[in-house]
Design a protein around this ligand. Structure first.
Ligand code: ATP
Ligand code: MG
Length: 224
């Protein structure tokens, strides 16, 4: 599903990832940990081809970083749901319209938009808030809207970059639980976070970026 083969990337001559090999299977739940600045967001950007590797190949489904044409990148992205680290909801429209927005621009029919938006709202437990504007929601509720927005395209893979960064521990666990539920229905999830404690509770595969490499770890390290 997602395959990194000898992937290297650097910024301004400074290496971030060097000769990375990693495979993520369809339907897998993977937590990606690492200190701030080690390259978690960079790793996710490589998966949605926002960044192409300097060396090596990233393969996502049928798409390969070495052969993809620029105009095909949007097709790759339609198979992915992306939760950005600094997510933003549109403040001037309600929850329903925030989620529908992504579908309106891709030209999906109105009845189909309505069906899908109402379904993902139910999935994240926010059907009753569909007419609220983001300002009227708690941080955890806003994050659930962001997750619903990422799901509305029915992606095969959900990429979540620090989705619980600004939330208290209890709310963060609710979000983790939601991601696990989504995963149990068949969507692969890649969850990037620097919060080792959080990941320890996810009972999932954990990979770590360390010294420009990505390694599988059985147990998240304690401390740091
Ligand atoms: N566009 C860019 N130009 C130059 N340097 C960059 C760029 N993007 C990232 N970097 C650098 O690459 C390294 C990895 O950044 P990245 O954002 O992937 O880290 P991260 O693990 O997501 O960190 P955080 O936990 O703070 O989100 C950092 O040293 C960062 O300064
Ligand atoms: Mg980051």
């Amino acid at each position: 599903m997602i395959d990194f083969k000898n992937v290297s990337v650097s910024f301004d001559g400074l290496p971030v990832l060097v000769d990375v090999n990693i495979h993520i299977k369809p339907g897998e739940f993977v937590s990606l940990i690492g200190e701030t600045g080690v390259g978690k967001t960079t790793f996710l950007r490589l998966i949605y081809f926002d960044l192409l590797p300097e060396m090596g190949t990233v393969t996502v489904g049928d798409f390969s970083s070495t052969t993809i044409r620029k105009h095909d990148i949007p097709w790759l992205r339609r198979t992915l749901g992306i939760i950005f680290q600094d997510y933003k909801l549109l403040e001037d429209r309600n929850v329903y319209d925030n989620i529908a927005f992504a579908l309106v621009v891709t030209g999906v029919q109105q009845s189909e938009i309505s069906r899908r938006v109402l379904r993902v709202l139910a999935d994240v437990g926010l059907s009753h808030k569909r007419n609220s504007i983001p300002d009227e929601l708690s941080g955890g509720e806003q994050q659930r809207v962001v997750i619903a927005r990422a799901l509305v395209n029915e992606p095969r893979v959900l990429l979540a970059d620090e989705p619980t960064g600004n939330l208290d521990a209890g709310t963060a666990m609710e979000i983790l639980h939601l991601l696990k539920t989504i995963n149990s229905r068949g969507t692969a999830v890649v969850l990037a976070t620097h919060n080792y404690e959080f990941v320890r509770k996810s009972e999932s595969r954990v990979i770590q970026i360390k010294e420009n490499k990505i390694i599988d770890i059985d147990h998240p390290p304690t401390g740091s």
